[in-house]
Design a protein around this ligand. Structure first.
Ligand SMILES: Cc1cc2nc3c(=O)[nH]c(=O)nc-3n(C[C@H](O)[C@H](O)[C@H](O)COP(=O)(O)O)c2cc1C
Length: 160
């Protein structure tokens, strides 16, 4: 399944939160937009991930969408058991959750619902605040980081 789902290209994001007097964060590509009204998104977090527990305990988290210059950040926050924040200058968002500087987008969320799903939990986030900046995203395809190439200048109208 992992190999086959690898054919579905995604972006890369880091989920950050603050629990037990410490920042927590992990790299994810399971990010999905769920609803616009009300604004909801979801991420699927491994039961074994320290940050999954921290997100549920805090009840609040930030989705930091990475730019193509942030592959090192993606690797840092994917290191199992590592100190993901060592030597990193932190900024805090409006809701006292650390944010990854220079990310392409930030979405601050309240945990809306947590759904058990096999070896992962699905965390539904109610989006409180958003901010986006111009730049190129970091992609992930076939188990590798990749560039995302846009086709043509026109947005797809039925969506926007
Ligand atoms: C590109 C990429 C995408 C990932 N996506 C997810 C994901 O969606 N869900 C997940 O639980 N782990 C995902 N991981 C693995 C976690 O980032 C990794 O296990 C992390 O260390 C867990 O955080 P922890 O150190 O707080 O336990 C991904 C890793 C990479 C490199």
């Amino acid at each position: 399944m992992r190999q086959t789902m690898g054919r579905f290209a995604t972006g890369v994001a880091v989920i950050t939160t603050f629990a037990d007097d410490a920042p927590h964060g992990m790299t994810v590509n399971s990010l999905t937009s769920v609803s616009l009204d009300p604004p909801l998104l979801l991420v699927c977090l491994d039961h074994g991930a320290r940050s999954a527990e921290a997100v549920v305990a805090a009840g609040r988290f930030v989705v930091n969408v990475l730019s193509k210059r942030q592959q090192a950040v993606a690797l840092r926050f994917a290191e199992r058991g590592g100190d993901h924040f060592a030597g990193l200058e932190l900024e805090y968002g409006e809701h006292a959750v650390p944010v990854v500087p220079n990310a392409l987008a930030h979405l601050e969320c309240d945990v809306d619902r947590v759904v058990e799903a096999g070896d992962h939990v699905i965390v539904l986030g109610a989006v409180l605040d958003v901010c986006a900046r111009e730049g190129d995203p970091l992609g992930f395809y076939g188990g590798r980081f990749s560039d995302v190439v846009q086709h043509g200048a026109e947005p797809v109208h039925w969506f926007f």
